[in-house]
Write a protein that binds this ligand. Structure first.
Ligand code: DQA
Length: 142
């Protein structure tokens, strides 16, 4: 099984960015953790990060025919992007939304997720472990 793992804006700043909320691990730590987990779960992963909404949309479109599922942390675009929602609906691949922090217990605006409308599951508040939980979910719910 091949999973496209997408990360949205500012996730490249992990480690520096609000460590009290997002932890002290860096984006490179996140990628290493995801790759290690994928190896253990016998999955293939393609891990990417972009600060640009359109680039994320293009990568989702390209997943059609090249990936079996998508794990996405759309970051701030979670709460604003109809374009990412539409791309996920268009490719119609099983998708899981991940958030490092517990978005449900933060500001009101973070409780709204457009992307979740196209996802089978949302994993929030588990830090980088949430990516592994998302991969496990997709493995058992294909
Ligand atoms: C986030 C939560 C979002 O609300 C925020 O804009 C992010 C990161 C998370 O992983 O907890 O950038 O997606």
């Amino acid at each position: 099984m091949k999973i496209l793992i997408l990360n949205g804006p500012n996730l490249n700043m992990l480690g520096l960015r609000e460590p009290d909320i997002y932890g002290s691990q860096t984006y490179d730590d996140l990628v290493a953790f995801v790759q290690q987990s994928a190896q253990e779960l016998n999955l293939q992963v393609d891990v990417r990060q972009s600060n640009h909404e359109g680039e994320l949309v293009t990568w989702i479109q390209q997943a059609r025919g090249t990936a079996d599922a998508i794990v996405i942390n759309p970051a701030a675009y979670t709460h604003t992007s109809v374009a990412i929602l539409d791309a996920l609906l268009a490719v119609n691949l099983p998708a899981v939304e991940v958030h490092l922090s517990n978005v449900h217990a933060r500001e009101e605006f973070r409780r709204v997720s457009y992307c979740a409308m196209a996802c089978k599951q949302v994993v929030a508040g588990q830090g980088i472990q949430g990516y592994r939980a998302a991969m496990e979910y997709l493995l058992t719910n294909q």
